[in-house]
Ligand binder design. Structure first.
Ligand SMILES: C[S@@+](CC[C@H](N)C(=O)[O-])C[C@H]1O[C@@H](n2cnc3c(N)ncnc32)[C@H](O)[C@@H]1O
Length: 308
């Protein structure tokens, strides 16, 4: 696990300070929060997501505490052992900002109102797993973008394959709500056989989409603003790799910082091990995600996501 991720999973900030305990008395809730838990749940999403359409917007601190209590109560009712020490409560509260569910991406996305999300941050399956890639892109991309506010943005990781890149750009260059920039994430630490007649791919493209009224980016320094970023991939030898598709926590943390502020809603319809929504949660954003594979959601749960 990345050092920063490990620190944050332990309920501490990177500087070694304890995260402040959430004070439920400080803020007003947004609507009937206890209802939000089942609304975000797999049943609601799979049964047409009608209820998700009324998703009321960002959770306040009060909401998060109330959801934490409700989930604890339900887990206790199921006979699950619930830890109640302060650190566990702090962790639970922090992780409640990273909520995943088992659902199909398109169905789940339909549950969000238009222009209700600050950041679409996702990493869909690549063309090596999906055929035909063009139909797949058509099935979700514009629908997902319609959920993003005009003050919001999107980062979409895609494979470095010409046909896949063309499939995405064909759709994205045909819309006008977002400007499009192609970024690159490269890595040199995952080896494997090199092809004999072509170059070995060691990068992925990241499509950066900026809403018309999105505020300026907030990179910590000029290096962070370079359109090509080299960062090592999660690595089994360094014990921070839970899945072969997992992306680096560090790049997730960076993009969330650049394009969102505290309390913003970040969604990932292809969350897998939850890297992007966990980074969002650790930065005080609300991370909501889905995946249609129970096995990867177990890993996401082990990493700290709440799966409902
Ligand atoms: C490339 S992985 C995402 C990896 C993730 N960024 C991480 O760091 O762990 C893509 C994920 O999309 C999921 N997926 C594929 N088709 C889906 C669909 N129709 N609905 C929801 N999830 C889907 C897969 O199960 C897989 O976990």
């Amino acid at each position: 696990m990345h050092d920063k991720e490990q620190t944050q999973r332990n309920g501490m900030t990177e500087e070694g300070q304890s995260r402040p305990a959430t004070d439920g008395a400080q803020a007003e809730g947004t609507g009937n929060v206890i209802d939000i838990v089942p609304r975000l749940g797999a049943q609601a999403a799979l049964s047409g997501a009608g209820d998700l359409r009324t998703y009321p917007g960002p959770f306040s601190e009060t909401d998060i505490v109330r959801i934490a209590r409700e989930i604890k109560r339900r887990k206790a009712a199921e006979g699950a052992k619930v830890r109640v020490d302060t650190l566990a409560a702090q962790r639970m509260t922090a992780h409640l900002r990273a909520i995943g569910t088992n659902a199909d991406a398109v169905t789940w996305l339909n549950g969000f109102s238009d222009a209700s999300v600050d950041l679409l941050f996702t990493d869909p399956p690549y063309s090596t797993y999906i055929e035909p890639i063009e139909a797949f892109v058509d099935s979700w991309l514009l629908s997902a973008l319609s959920k993003v506010k005009d003050t919001g943005s999107a980062y979409i990781f895609i494979g470095a394959y010409p046909r896949e890149i063309a499939a995405y750009l064909n759709v994205l260059l045909g819309q006008t709500a977002f400007t499009v920039q192609t970024l690159v994430w490269s890595y040199k630490n995952t080896l494997g056989p090199a092809p004999s007649h072509s170059y070995k791919n060691n990068y992925q493209m990241v499509l950066f989409l900026r809403g018309k009224n999105a505020p300026r980016l907030q990179p910590a320094n000029l290096l962070e603003q370079f359109s090509s970023q080299e960062m090592r991939a999660p690595d089994g030898r360094l014990k921070d790799r839970f899945h072969s598709w997992q992306k680096p926590y560090k790049i997730a943390d960076m993009f969330v910082r650049h394009s969102t502020t505290q309390g913003d809603i970040v969604i990932d319809p292809f969350m897998c091990t939850g890297t992007f929504i966990l980074a969002a949660a650790d930065l005080g954003r609300i991370g909501l995600g889905c995946d249609n594979d129970d096995e990867v959601l177990k890993t996401a749960e082990e990493r700290g996501c709440i799966i409902v």
